[in-house]
Design a protein around this ligand. Structure first.
Ligand code: G1P
Length: 299
């Protein structure tokens, strides 16, 4: 068995209710930040981290995600005939040739843990990554968050969860970890609990949507009963996994945009517009104009 992390699981079967009515017809993973859908940012991060097998856990309503990664013959043909090579490359390169995409179905929406368990037959007994596309992690200075975590796991073994500090009144939105001996970036997790109320939270260190997991987590997932929100929680299986193996909290370099929330989505759009070569100047001018016209000052 190789201990290289080659497989990445993308649970994409969620309903996306926070973005209704848009998500009535558009999968939330397909909502674009500037010109690329959220799922593309997560896929690029996984490929940069060295993954070559992308496993999407989807459901019967989420055809758009599979269609997006499929070959678009008619469109490609038209772009080719029109000599639009730049656009053609964009359409063709949503995933590079060495990467394969696999789709598995989550027949019922029973929770994140259940979605990950649906990927078990494809993952087998290798360590693997899980990426939640609505957490957009961006490190403009270099290696993406998953790449940083994979490097750590390849060097030191164990599993790793991306974490960041959140305000004390937000613990009930996250998996919260307790860590022994934090060395600034990495620390071994001693306990983890899903969405605790602030008074019950062991810390304010929250799990964000990147995991590198030992495949033994599947054994625990199979035995996990519904937990917080009546769902089968990945967090509860990880709480079992850390009893027998090392699971580290990893403070990644970079910024997290919570694109599952309206504000995070807008923040990501502003940032990516300002960092976009072609848009940067005009986007900054448009933002300034809007602020001036609305008379908004820094509060
Ligand atoms: C999921 C996990 C939670 C984690 C969060 C990160 O929750 O269950 O532990 O902190 O993702 O975004 P969700 O946001 O799907 O409710």
């Amino acid at each position: 068995m190789s201990n290289r992390v080659r497989k990445a699981v993308f649970p994409v079967a969620g309903l996306g209710t926070r973005f209704l009515p848009a998500t009535k017809v558009v999968a939330k993973e397909m909502l674009p930040i500037v010109d690329r859908p959220l799922i593309q940012y997560a896929v690029d991060e996984a490929i940069e981290a060295g993954c070559d097998t992308l496993i999407f856990v989807t459901n019967r309503y989420k055809h758009a995600v599979a269609d997006y990664f499929d070959k678009a013959y008619e469109l490609e043909h038209k772009l080719e005939a029109a000599g639009k090579t730049e656009l053609l490359e964009l359409v063709r390169n949503v995933v590079p040739a060495h990467v394969r995409t696999i789709f598995v179905t989550q027949p019922e929406a029973l929770g994140l843990g259940h979605a990950v368990l649906c990927a078990k037959p494809v993952v087998g007994d290798e360590p693997f990554a899980v990426l939640l596309a609505d957490d957009l992690l961006w490190n403009r200075q270099g290696r993406g968050a998953l790449g940083q975590m994979v490097d750590h796991v390849h060097q030191h073994g164990g599993s790793a969860l991306a974490v960041e500090n959140v305000p004390a009144d937000k613990t009930s939105s996250y998996g919260i970890v307790d860590v022994e001996q934090f060395d600034d970036r990495v620390g071994r997790i001693s306990s983890i609990v899903e969405k605790p109320k602030p008074e019950a939270a062991p810390s304010t260190l929250a799990v964000v949507g990147r995991y590198v997991l030992d495949s033994r987590v599947f054994d625990y997932l199979e035995k996990t009963s519904p937990g917080a929100g009546g769902e089968i929680q990945l967090t509860d299986a990880i709480a079992q996994l850390l009893q027998s193996t090392t699971v580290n909290a990893y403070k990644f370099r970079g910024t997290r945009f919570d694109c599952g929330s309206h504000l995070g989505f807008v923040e990501a759009t502003i940032r990516f517009a300002l960092e976009n070569e072609k848009l940067s100047d005009s986007a900054a001018a448009a933002m300034q104009k809007a602020l001036d016209e609305l008379g908004v000052e820094e509060r």
